[in-house]
Design a binder for this molecule. Sequence first.
Ligand code: ISJ
Length: 379
Amino acid sequence: MFVIGFDGGLFVTSGGGAGLRCQGIDRLGERLATYFSGSDVPAGQILVGAIPFDRSEETVLVAPQRVCRVGRSEGAAILGQMRRAGAPAQPVHVTETPPAPVYADMVNAALARIDGAGAAGLSKVVLSRALRIEMDGPADPVAIAQRLLNDTSVTVFLATLQDDKAIVGATPELLLSRRGLDIVSHPLAGSMPRSPDPVADRAAADALLRSDKDRREHELVVEAVFDTLAPYCAELSARQGTGLRSTATVWHLGTRIEGRLKSEDAPSAAVLAALLHPTPAVGGYPRQDALATIRELETYSRGYYAGAVGWVDEKGDGEWHVSLRCAQIDGRTVTLHAGAGIVAGSDPAAELAETAAKFRAMLGALGLDDGGRLFEDAA
Ligand SMILES: C=C(O[C@@H]1C=C(C(=O)O)C=C[C@H]1O)C(=O)O
């Protein structure tokens, strides 16, 4: 099953199977061209799926048999019918990897590298931490997706990867959409936790708008998106400039970038998304230095967190979102990740608080919004 928010409604697909499993995304364009030229591919077929964070790991694209586009409330009703019957599984135990003090040490280690790197070296790295949640039964991604639909500022997604493995979440970040020659990307970077107190909440938003550190963190992403897309575009601009975006729990700086491709033969939505991925919003800058730092400092594989989820059709149209604020489900185990961009001037305590705010939506959807009972640190 695959679900993704679409024009205020939901795109729900089911059935089907063998689409395309692709070990690494460097040759995704060729693989897609071969797939869509196949004589047994029905007219109008789309592929839906997920790209992992690590470009060399497996991209899963499924060819669904049934696709429907419905409004949000109808989508919620469909999910209600498709979720497992009975009471949803409950969390019984949570492990933090790494524990908060170790995450702060990682931020300090990244800052030391950034400070020592010189002008051409590492200037931003996104470091994440994970919460591993054991449930008292198999977790139901459909029930979780249904609960996430309450926040209308985010794009809900659910992708079944195999048997009882799935990724489900609600992301605020559009990596790339393409309709004909028109493309849009809406990168986010630079964040501040929201507050239930309206005065404190507004103050957080104002502080984010004024923060020099967050502007620098954001600019690196916007420049990378422009640099990647410009060779394919006749026009590319960010007319509205950089502004605030918010989810129910976090403020972000965001820049909507719109472009017009030079020709219909330009790469498809999936291939443009793969070229952009990972932007400095989830990796860092320069890309290779940032990825090497992540490999060294994070002690786990991110899997499909901070990758991309979306769909593509034969004409190259499609929509890909950054897979953030999500849960990776494997039977009874649910793993959440949240990260924060580290640049010169980052404060470890503030970055930790940012990751805590980014966990909040998924914790709420799992029934864990009561201040972290069940939590235990992992070494
Ligand atoms: C890495 C995450 O979010 C990304 C990092 C952001 C930041 O550092 O300010 C903001 C939005 C996302 O691009 C996450 O949600 O886990």
